[in-house]
Every structure is written in structure tokens, then in C-alpha cells.
Design a protein around this ligand. Structure first.
Ligand code: HEC
Length: 240
């Protein structure tokens, strides 16, 4: 009788211990049991493929510089409840199952006042609209790539060929037009030269302390683009 009782007792102890060791059930949202969708980190160290549209290199700078200015879709203004400053918010405007029905795409295609960016701001070029649609069709991933080893050439920088395209892709959406953000217009050489000379152009893109980080505290242009701007400034910021 005594023996049976001991075995019974051990049975209970074993059962309790085992209970503690059972892993928590994993639900379909992820392993942490929370219902907040986990944003996948950008895949880095992937060499840029010419047919892939990358979120970090292409979509984010394009959207931030054309849509996330103050008064529009930055985190503070959030016009119509829409924030377009980061991946988590941008994908809320995307429908990967039916790409052409995505708000992010249809708003670019509207006419009149409904078009985004709204008039008098310039409409997206057909090329940029196609880039946005391709990214959505490719699954609207939070992806990122790196130019292969030799691709970043920073010697003999030309204002027209090297610097202007960087500014147009990431800056002039905010820094041009009748009311440029921060009253800084970067659409003419004379103005860009002024900011090159006073150190603010490089300081802001390189996120140096003492300068306001551009395009934003959380968005940087690529290190290759920063090196190109530095090289152009170091060789005299010429209108070449
Ligand atoms: C989403 C809009 C937006 C984009 C995109 C943007 N800027 Fe700005 N920028 C601003 C605003 C707003 C200010 C003024 C901030 C303030 O005064 O607090 C500013 C300020 C600046 C300044 C002054 C910095 C300082 O330290 O005084 C420079 C230079 C500048 N921007 C350059 C750039 C460059 C170069 C790019 C592209 C790589 C860029 N900006 C992209 C909105 C933007």
C-alpha cells in the first residue's frame, strides 16, 4: 500500500514538472503569442537585381520625398489618417492580392483634386507610377539590396549627372515649388551650392550631429549617394 502511494506521488510530481516544460502554444501570428503583426526586417546583403524594385532603395525615398512632407502624410499631419513615412504604415495602403486596387497606386492615377500628390504639386511620372506598381506586384516586400562591390563610383562627380538625380529622387519633393519645406529650395544649382558651402547639405544627409537629419531621422540616402555628395563638395561643388 505504502509503495503504491509513493508511486502515485511521483506520478503527480512528474506530471507537474512536465506541465511546466510544455512549450507555449504557437499561434499563426508568430511565436510571441501577440496579435501584432511582426514587421519582417529588411533582407540586407542581397546584391541589387535589376528587375526587382527594392523598398529601401527605391520606394521609401520616393514616397517620403513626395508624400511625407509636413501638412501631408508625415506622422504629425497624417492627412486623411494616412502616414507614409515607414514600411508598416505604407503597406496599409497596399493590396498585394489585387495590386491595381491598392490606394497607394490608385491615388497616383486619379485626376483633379483627388490625385496624389495633389495639384499644384507635380504628379508622379509614368515611370515612377510603374515602379510603385511593380513593387506591389512583387509582393510589396520590406526588401533592401546592396550594389555589388565596384558599383559605387565617387570620382569626377558631375552636378548634372550625379548630384541632381539624387536630389530629385530623395529631396526636391519637399525642397522645391512655391512653399519648399524649411524654406529650402534645392531645385537650382545656386541654392544647392549655398547649402554645400555652409556644410548643411552634407551634414544633413550624413546625419551628423548639429544638423537636421535628411530625408528624415529614420530615412537615409544610401552610403554610396552620401559619398558622391561628399566627393562633389570636396572638389569644389562645381556646376559641372
Ligand atoms: C519629407 C520632406 C523632406 C524631405 C524628403 C527632405 N527634407 Fe530637408 N528638410 C525638410 C524640413 C521640413 C526641413 C526643416 C526642418 C526644420 O527646420 O526643423 C528640412 C531641412 C533641411 C536642411 C537644413 C538642415 C539644417 O541642419 O539646418 C537641409 C540642408 C535639407 N533639408 C536638405 C535635404 C536633402 C539634401 C534632402 C534629400 C536627401 C532632404 N532635405 C529631404 C523636409 C524634407
Amino acid at each position: 500500500m505504502k509503495r503504491i502511494r509513493i508511486i502515485f506521488l511521483y506520478g503527480i510530481i512528474f506530471a507537474c514538472q512536465n506541465d511546466k516544460n510544455i512549450p507555449l502554444p504557437v499561434n499563426s501570428e508568430g511565436t510571441n503569442g501577440s496579435t501584432t503583426p511582426v514587421t519582417p526586417p529588411p533582407t540586407t546583403n542581397v546584391v541589387c537585381h535589376p528587375d526587382t524594385v527594392y523598398f529601401k532603395q527605391k520606394i521609401l525615398p520616393l514616397i517620403v520625398s513626395n508624400c511625407a512632407m509636413s501638412g501631408c502624410h508625415d506622422a504629425i499631419s497624417k492627412k486623411d489618417g494616412v502616414i507614409l513615412t515607414d514600411y508598416t504604415n505604407i503597406i496599409k495602403e497596399v493590396n498585394t492580392k489585387n495590386p491595381t486596387s491598392s490606394e497607394l497606386y490608385t491615388s497616383l492615377m486619379e485626376t483633379g483634386e483627388d490625385r496624389m500628390p495633389p495639384p499644384p504639386m507635380a504628379a508622379f511620372s509614368n515611370e515612377n507610377i510603374a515602379i510603385v506598381l511593380t513593387w506591389i506586384k512583387q509582393g510589396a516586400k520590406n526588401n533592401s539590396c546592396e550594389a555589388s562591390g565596384t558599383a559605387c563610383i565617387t570620382t569626377n562627380m558631375s552636378y548634372a549627372k550625379d548630384i541632381t538625380p539624387i536630389l530629385q529622387a530623395s529631396c526636391t519633393g519637399c525642397h522645391s515649388g512655391t512653399k519648399p519645406q524649411g524654406s529650402i529650395d534645392l531645385s537650382t544649382y545656386a541654392n544647392v551650392y549655398k547649402y554645400a558651402l555652409n556644410g548643411k547639405l552634407y551634414g544633413s544627409v550624413a546625419h551628423l550631429s548639429g544638423y537636421i537629419a535628411m530625408p528624415s531621422a529614420s530615412v537615409s540616402i544610401s552610403s554610396c549617394e552620401i559619398s558622391k555628395i561628399k566627393s562633389w563638395i570636396d572638389s569644389g561643388s562645381k556646376n559641372n
